[in-house]
Ligand binder design. Structure first.
Ligand SMILES: Cc1cc2nc3c(=O)[nH]c(=O)nc-3n(C[C@H](O)[C@H](O)[C@H](O)COP(=O)(O)OP(=O)(O)OC[C@H]3O[C@@H](n4cnc5c(N)ncnc54)[C@H](O)[C@@H]3O)c2cc1C
Length: 166
């Protein structure tokens, strides 16, 4: 949301926020969405980007419409509606996507993970592998910059404590 509004203030002619779920599910403050709409940012809810098209730079994007499917115990899941693809002109794309810990590294180190796939740590932030510590989004804290920074600092302090003891 910050990026969309900043781009608009930096004189981008048209800014679109493409979101695969519905407005009610958007992980943004309602007031932010309202303000962005006031600033003439266009929201394409229940749309997904499938392709970025262009030779040396972005020229177009291909999108597809989505429908929301109810799944027991989970929030509604967006599913692409087959055949609803369309293309529009675009010259700049900012990806704003969530991420998960990289499985190949976790598997290579044989680290224990919790049911959501985040790395398990003990109260010293040490992983299931001796002397390997983890912090931030990897261990599934609150997924904010402030929490990640704090978690990194705590891990640093825990490493120092560990080294002093051993
Ligand atoms: C779209 C989006 C919007 C967000 N908006 C907000 C917001 O408004 N406010 C807020 O507080 N938080 C926001 N967050 C959450 C916030 O960005 C994260 O919680 C925070 O960045 C986590 O910090 P981190 O240090 O744990 O991980 P990251 O910031 O992800 O840092 C991990 C670093 O490790 C690097 N890396 C990955 N794999 C390897 C490897 N194999 N070798 C070496 N380096 C590697 C990555 O390139 C990256 O630089 C947002 C997140 C997303 C995805």
């Amino acid at each position: 949301m910050d990026v969309a509004r900043t781009l608009k203030r930096r004189n981008a002619k048209e800014v679109k926020v493409i979101y695969r779920r519905a407005r009610e599910q958007m992980p943004a403050e309602d007031s932010e969405i309202e303000s962005a709409m006031h600033e003439n940012i266009e929201f394409l809810f229940q749309n997904n980007i499938t392709k970025v098209i262009g030779k040396d730079r972005v020229e177009k994007i291909e999108c597809i419409k989505t429908e929301l499917i109810k799944v027991e115990g989970e929030r509604e899941r967006p599913v692409n509606i087959e055949g609803s693809n369309y293309v529009m002109d675009m010259d700049y794309v900012v990806m704003a996507l969530g991420s998960k810990p990289q499985a190949n590294i976790i598997n290579a180190l044989n680290l224990e993970v919790n049911e959501k796939g985040y790395i398990k740590v003990n109260d010293m932030q040490m992983t299931s592998m001796d002397k390997v510590f983890a912090a931030g989004d990897l261990i599934g804290v609150k997924s904010t910059v402030a929490w990640a920074a704090r978690s990194g600092r705590d891990a640093g302090e825990n490493i120092v404590k560990y080294l002093r003891k051993n």
